[in-house]
Design a protein around this ligand. Structure first.
Ligand code: MGP
Ligand code: SAH
Length: 230
């Protein structure tokens, strides 16, 4: 009996999506080791793919970002496997979660179910750039692709390196929806460029910059733009 239980536990570990990712892609090991920082409920059935592993916002950071949006309608424009979407859904009135990759959206739906918040999220598979003219919300959250885990190989990360459009263009599109814009960016981002985004806006926007740490290590920078307090 004991031996049988041991074998089935081993099978569970080998068959779990995390172990599959880890075994096929050793470069993801460092993210897998941080899995409970990414999702505290990781063991309850969280699903990830390669880009999800290196892009998901750690839960502690996502909670903090969401606290700033209590009661609002938030558009999570690059929602990935749902690290931010879940935390927005916990405290916001509703969330529109957009991702261009249908596999990510399936995973995000599964992950929101794990956290029991799926009923407060509307999922859209699509390109944020094309969808923008039809979107309405109080706060826009942008955590776009940074160009992969090599983003930190340059000393200063400039906004033109963001994808799928450069940061200036993304910001311009975002402003057609709301002035309340939150961007999650690399820790080596050019802060002067963020200030430029704020004061070049008409009317100029307020900007608050937050350094986001987990376990004493900086993971990213959050920029909160607003015409008034978000
Ligand atoms: P990291 O620098 O790849 O990991 O990403 P870590 O563990 O800090 O590596 P170290 O060896 O430098 O200590 C740090 C965090 O940035 C990740 O947990 C993600 O939240 C975020 N992140 C990383 N990338 C490559 C992206 C991205 O392309 N898009 C978004 N939105 N977030 C990213
Ligand atoms: N904040 C997310 C991670 C986002 S990673 C989390 O915590 O899980 C960036 C995401 O942007 C990827 O999932 C990628 O599929 C998506 N993406 C890339 N181009 C896009 C576009 N044009 N429109 C919408 N999503 C896009």
């Amino acid at each position: 009996m004991a031996r049988k239980r041991k074998r089935s536990l081993l099978e569970q570990v080998i068959n779990s999506p995390a172990e599959k990712e880890e075994s096929t892609s050793p470069k993801l090991t460092k993210y897998w080791l941080q899995r409970y920082n990414l999702f505290s409920r990781y063991d309850e059935g969280i699903e990830m793919d390669e880009e999800g592993w290196y892009s998901v916002t750690p839960e502690e950071i996502a909670v903090k970002q969401a606290e700033r949006c209590c009661g609002k309608v938030v558009i999570d424009c690059f929602s990935g496997v749902g690290g931010n979407t879940i935390q927005f859904a916990e405290v916001c009135s509703s969330v529109i979660a957009i991702d261009i990759d249908p596999v990510k959206v399936e995973m995000a739906i599964n992950n929101a179910l794990v956290y029991g918040v799926d009923d407060r999220v509307d999922y859209v598979v699509g390109d944020f750039i094309h969808l923008a003219p039809s979107l309405k919300g109080d706060v826009l959250f942008l955590s776009p692709p940074w160009g992969g885990p090599m983003y930190n190989k340059v000393e200063t990360y400039t906004l033109d390196m963001l994808q799928p459009k450069d940061g200036y263009k993304l910001f311009q599109i975002a402003q057609t929806i709301t002035p309340n814009i939150i961007m999650f960016l690399p820790r080596n981002v050019d802060l002067a460029q963020l200030e430029e985004l704020a004061w070049l806006s008409s009317p100029p926007l307020t900007l608050e910059i937050e350094e986001n740490c987990v376990g004493g290590r900086i993971k990213g920078i959050t920029a909160y733009f607003s015409c008034c307090a978000v």
